[in-house]
Ligand binder design. Structure first.
Ligand code: SF4
Length: 361
């Protein structure tokens, strides 16, 4: 039985490698074997698609061409280059890991699964991807794309995140990964998931694994992966205030710790349960010692992993009398022109607020 299985596993790997030689994508991070570049690309690709990643990857490497430059930069600057990619803890972790490698690892990424996983922001799959792609070492990966391929290939019908399924998928991933050509294999299976075995309407007719695929054989491709039972995501209401004085708007920087750390935003406040937006914005004004009747401009929505945010946006031209108080309060605040705002590292929800402002004038 085991023997039969490993024969199949070898078949899967061989077919994937042959397919990859013809159909693999040409991506910027595939033109290098530099572990540093591979690491940056893998972190960016964790929660973001290839098309969105490419310009960020290129910009990031122009500014931080190697580990030493990244470790020498301020975390602020790293986050600013990340603005728009989302999941900012990735940027903070990259910087922290770079500093640690410079301090302890002699300036090179470790060629070892455990040591890689001990670095901030590198989980088992990312460590596997770095090892196989950069160092050509056999190490299984199980990112979103690979997970979907394996679930279909082996017709796994249980909810995909169950612990037993997780274990089974890692075992399969390990079994499939060939001893040699780990570099190509890792990219081949990720590509198959990204371009052929795609979430909706996979292109089974073009798939090199079609004759080995259990889901295809049983006609259940469309049902897999099974949906995870839905979590209800709470909706949080917030008011944001566009305060304008002499053609400049007030923005503030978030603390360096916690959610969206170090990014910029317009003054804002979370609404209490049952509180109307108009009353929340008055509380925001009072809390800062400001006065006035802000005008409602509209609403924007933004989704985070654990909640959704709805921001009601208000606009107010300030009275000059407020000015002194504003400056006193503004330890981490700035008045910026609309052009200045365009270059600012606002977090995602408040980028939408900025778009609303641009559309309103
Ligand atoms: S045959 Fe279809 S479902 Fe099976 S691995 Fe290929 S694309 Fe995915």
């Amino acid at each position: 039985m085991n023997h039969h299985r490993s024969f199949e596993a070898a078949q899967v790997a061989l077919r994937l490698l042959a397919w990859y030689a013809d159909c693999g994508r040409d991506l910027p991070w595939r033109r290098t074997r530099d572990p540093y570049c591979i690491w940056i690309s893998e972190i960016m690709l964790q929660q973001t698609g290839v098309t969105a990643v490419i310009p960020y990857y290129e910009r990031f490497l122009r500014r931080f061409p190697d580990l030493r430059t990244l470790a020498g930069a301020s975390v602020d600057e790293v986050i600013a280059l990340w603005a728009g990619l989302g999941y900012y803890s990735r940027a903070r972790n990259l910087h922290a890991a770079a500093c640690r490698i410079m301090a302890e690892g002699g300036g090179r990424l470790p060629e070892d699964l455990k040591a890689l996983q001990a670095l901030p922001g590198i989980g088992r799959s990312t460590a596997g991807a770095i090892l196989s792609i950069a160092f050509n070492r056999k190490a299984p990966i199980l990112d979103g794309n690979v997970r979907r391929v394996l679930i279909r290939l082996y017709a796994v019908e249980q909810p995909p995140r169950a612990a037993t399924v997780e274990k089974e998928l890692w075992r399969r991933a390990e079994e499939l990964t060939p001893e040699d050509r780990a570099h190509d294999y890792a990219q081949a299976i990720m590509d198959l998931g990204a371009t052929v075995c795609i979430p909706r309407q996979p292109r089974c007719a073009e798939c090199p694994l079609v004759s080995l695929c259990l889901a295809h054989d049983r006609g259940i491709v469309a049902q897999l992966p099974r949906r995870q039972p839905r979590k209800t995501v709470p909706l949080v209401h917030q008011v944001a205030l566009l305060l304008e004085r002499d053609g400049k708007l007030l923005v503030r920087k978030r603390p360096l710790q916690g959610m969206l750390a170090g990014l910029w935003e317009f003054p804002c406040r979370t609404q209490e349960t049952g509180q109307q937006a108009a009353s929340a914005v008055q509380a925001l004004l009072r809390g800062q010692g400001w006065r006035g009747e802000p005008r409602e401009l509209g609403r924007v929505r933004h989704a985070y992993s654990h909640f959704r945010l709805e921001v009601t946006v208000f606009y107010l031209a300030t009275e000059p009398a407020c000015e002194e108080q504003l400056v006193a309060e503004a330890g981490q605040s700035l008045w910026l022109s609309r052009t200045g705002l365009e270059a600012l590292a606002l977090h995602g929800a408040h980028k939408k607020v900025r778009e609303l402002l641009a559309g309103s004038s």
